[in-house]
Ligand binder design. Structure first.
Ligand code: AHR
Length: 710
């Protein structure tokens, strides 16, 4: 037995990376031969010490050997299962309390046509200078209207355009006007209250009212309707509540604004909001917010990503243009090929954090834009450094500061909590190699005024040493990993092991697994694939998350990217994305559920783990207050993996636990039509002991939740 145990210990010393090889070896070896030679050895030792009774003893042994051998084979077969050891004798380190967060930017219609609950597309007629995109005439059968886009005749110097409706034929039964098709439809739900607001004026001869209705696409069914008060020749603001009745949910609807007699009207802005999360005016979509809150995020990295940089300096995320009343936000072209209304602006980002009880991780523009332009460090960069200082003041300044007072005026008296500021985004793309000097300039100015803030460099350990910041020590560096599942499975066992523990903390600010190594997220071919990832990708994600958990003494924060995708044709620029939606419904990808399983079962202490002879990758953590133990196991293979779970150093282990399991065919994914095809199942785990057998299903991600005395 001792010999067996010794052999086992030697085997157990192999690290995860050798697991697959060891398992193969074990299968190839003839277990019986191995055992027989151990028995021979034991018999040999015994017989040598008893020469006189040799013959009698040999006879006895002939009788006993089969029994002995049978017993040993049984022992060997329990022990032959690969082992996953969790060691609680000495917690390896503390889990970062900020480990799980979210990253967001305007991409894939994440905000406009996504989380930002506005339902009217091209609400200020600014999307296209030539035509009133997404607006169409309501006419026919005697109703006549001509529509003219007036690009320079708008409500103010920000909403510079308007739409002129000249109605020449209309009656109560045949109204004429204009309709908006929304972001791939307008969502109609039963017993819903919508808030419509309009900026409008009329030419003489017409004084209103305007009829504002949500109708079916063919205009025949009216779901909700209301009327404005009288219009005058000056711009006026009109607010209405539209209520639906008992209707079947649909996205086949549009918003209509009509006149029931001839007249001429100008529209400068048309908005329609459904009920929002926490009832915030200009707020966020409820179903998506619920899904985000369910991920238990500790921070939100915003506003990018590429969105903070813009294609050019002029089209960067210019935060001052995104605050104040929405009628004073012109919007700007976003680098992902469409225009952003800036309706979801800086204050809305911050309130979004507040509503999720998450901290902002604020990325400031750092003088580099995507088309390769950069601002020279020194005096040229100074205005941008000031812009960042003012932005920080907007977040945390009090009423005695200019930008703190502005935040108060905008409706948020209390300063926000802010600890992390990121300087730019992916500045390794800057071929001028100016990032080190630009970072230094931002660093010195921000630290001088706000020494408590931690500053994040956007060039991390995944980039060549030469591109990193050397003249200052960043508090944190940001690493991005868009890798295939196979790459994540291969690299995760060793990930971050060799990093210098005294170096900057690490923020993995963007990462996601894709299924096919040949199709990168930004390739055109990726747009032919489903927008959200399959279970195969989630297996790669989960393997990487176990690596980040094992190393969360150093990996302080991490977030999947991109977070959101509107699944309608033409809406997306990138895949895979975590959460998909259309105008009416939303679903989480398998990766979404994997992250949810991990982030909601975390604890505060990292426990060291060792896998032997298995392809299963894993991590373990513990809640030091409650004694809960969280063991995460990822089986990427097609066969069930019976694991001997060896729990060392746990006091009073409860014999019952639970398991969350996400499993299925690797190609399975969720969609609008099948939103819950791949979801975690909760089961009970019985007979938990310091050494017990647990079978990890094929292609699965498992979180075992066990309990011991704290
Ligand atoms: O997440 C999509 C993009 O990937 C981000 O905008 C950018 O930072 C990265 O290259």
């Amino acid at each position: 037995m001792e010999i067996l145990k010794l052999g086992w210990r030697i085997n157990a010393a192999f690290h995860l990376r050798d697991a697959a090889f060891m398992r193969q070896r074990l299968q190839n070896e003839n277990c019986r031969f191995q055992l027989q030679s151990l028995v021979d050895l034991a018999v040999g030792i015994f017989t040598c010490s008893m020469p006189i009774r040799l013959r009698r003893f040999e006879k006895l042994m002939k009788t006993l050997t089969p029994i002995f051998l049978g017993g040993l084979i049984a022992i060997r077969c329990v022990a032959a299962n690969p082992t996953f050891t969790v060691d609680a004798t000495r917690p390896a380190a503390n889990v970062s309390p900020m480990l799980y967060g979210l990253m967001t930017e305007e991409i894939n219609h994440s905000y406009d046509g996504g989380l930002y609950a506005e339902l009217i597309r091209n609400r200020a007629f600014l999307d296209d200078k030539a035509t009133a995109a997404h607006w169409s005439a309501v006419s026919g059968s005697g109703a006549q209207v001509s529509l003219t886009l007036e690009p320079t005749n708008g409500f103010n110097d920000q909403l510079t355009a308007s739409l002129r409706l000249e109605v020449t034929g209309a009656s109560k039964n045949q109204p004429a006007g204009v309709a908006n098709d929304g972001y791939w439809g307008i969502p109609v739900l039963p017993h819903n209250r919508y808030h419509a607001s309009l900026l409008a004026r009329a030419e003489s001869g017409f004084a209103g009212p305007l009829v504002v209705s949500i109708v079916s696409e063919d205009g025949r069914t009216v779901y909700a309707s209301g009327k404005t008060s009288a219009l005058g020749p000056q711009w006026g603001r009109f607010d209405l509540t539209l209520k639906t009745g008992e209707v079947a949910p649909t996205t086949n609807a549009r918003l209509q604004i009509t006149l029931d007699r001839p007249g001429t009207v100008r529209l400068g802005f048309v908005s329609l909001f459904p009920p929002t999360w926490n009832g915030r005016p200009n707020g966020l979509r409820k179903d998506l917010m619920q899904m985000l809150v369910d991920l238990n995020p500790k921070f939100l990295r915003f506003p990018g990503g590429n969105y903070v940089e813009g294609d050019t300096i002029d089209t960067r995320f210019d935060w001052k243009k995104t605050i104040g009343p929405i009628e004073e936000r012109h919007g700007h072209p976003c680098p992902w090929g469409y225009r952003s209304t800036d309706g979801l602006g800086l204050l809305e980002f911050l309130e979004w954090c507040e509503d999720m009880k998450a901290e902002p991780v604020l990325a400031v523009y750092a003088g580099y834009s995507l088309r390769g332009v950069h601002v020279n460090p020194g005096p040229d960069l100074e205005p941008f450094v000031q812009e960042a200082l003012e932005e920080i003041e907007y977040l945390i300044g009090d009423r005695h500061t200019i930008w703190g007072s502005r935040r108060i005026k905008d409706g948020h008296p209390a300063p926000f909590k802010l600890r992390y500021v990121e300087i730019g985004n992916e500045d390794w793309f800057d071929r001028s190699k100016s990032y080190d000097a630009r970072f230094a300039q931002f660093h010195d100015a921000i630290k001088a005024r706000y020494p408590q803030l931690k500053l994040i460099s956007t060039v991390g350990n995944d980039q060549p040493e030469s591109g990193r910041v050397h003249t200052r020590k960043p508090d944190v560096t940001d690493e991005h990993y868009y890798r295939s599942t196979d790459e994540f499975l291969q690299t995760s066992p060793e990930y971050a092991r060799k990093y210098d523990r005294s170096g900057p903390e690490i923020f993995v600010g963007e990462w996601a697994a894709h299924e096919d190594a040949k199709i990168k997220p930004w390739d055109a071919a990726a747009r032919q694939q489903p927008p959200t990832p399959s279970l195969k990708a989630a297996l790669g994600d989960a393997a990487f998350m176990t690596a980040m958990e094992r190393n969360s003494d150093l990996i302080k924060m991490q977030c999947y990217a991109p977070l959101l995708v509107n699944v309608n044709p033409g809406a997306r620029q990138w895949r895979p994305d975590l959460i998909g939606y259309d105008a009416l419904s939303a679903f989480g990808s398998p990766s979404y559920y994997a992250i949810q399983m991990f982030s909601r079962n975390l604890g505060d202490q990292i426990l060291s783990v060792q896998g032997a002879e298995t392809a299963v990758q894993g991590s373990a953590t513990r809640d030091s207050r409650t004694g809960e133990i969280f063991i995460k196991l990822v089986n990427p293979g097609p066969a069930a993996e019976p694991l001997r779970v060896d729990l060392k150093g746990f006091v009073s282990l409860a014999s019952r636990g639970t398991a969350f399991t996400l499993a299925g065919n690797p190609e399975d994914t969720n969609s609008i039509l099948e939103p819950r095809k791949v979801i975690p199942l909760l089961t009970k785990v019985a007979q938990v002991k310091p050494d017990f057998l647990y079978t990890v299903p094929p292609h699965s991600i498992v979180v075992l939740k066990l309990k011991a005395r704290p």
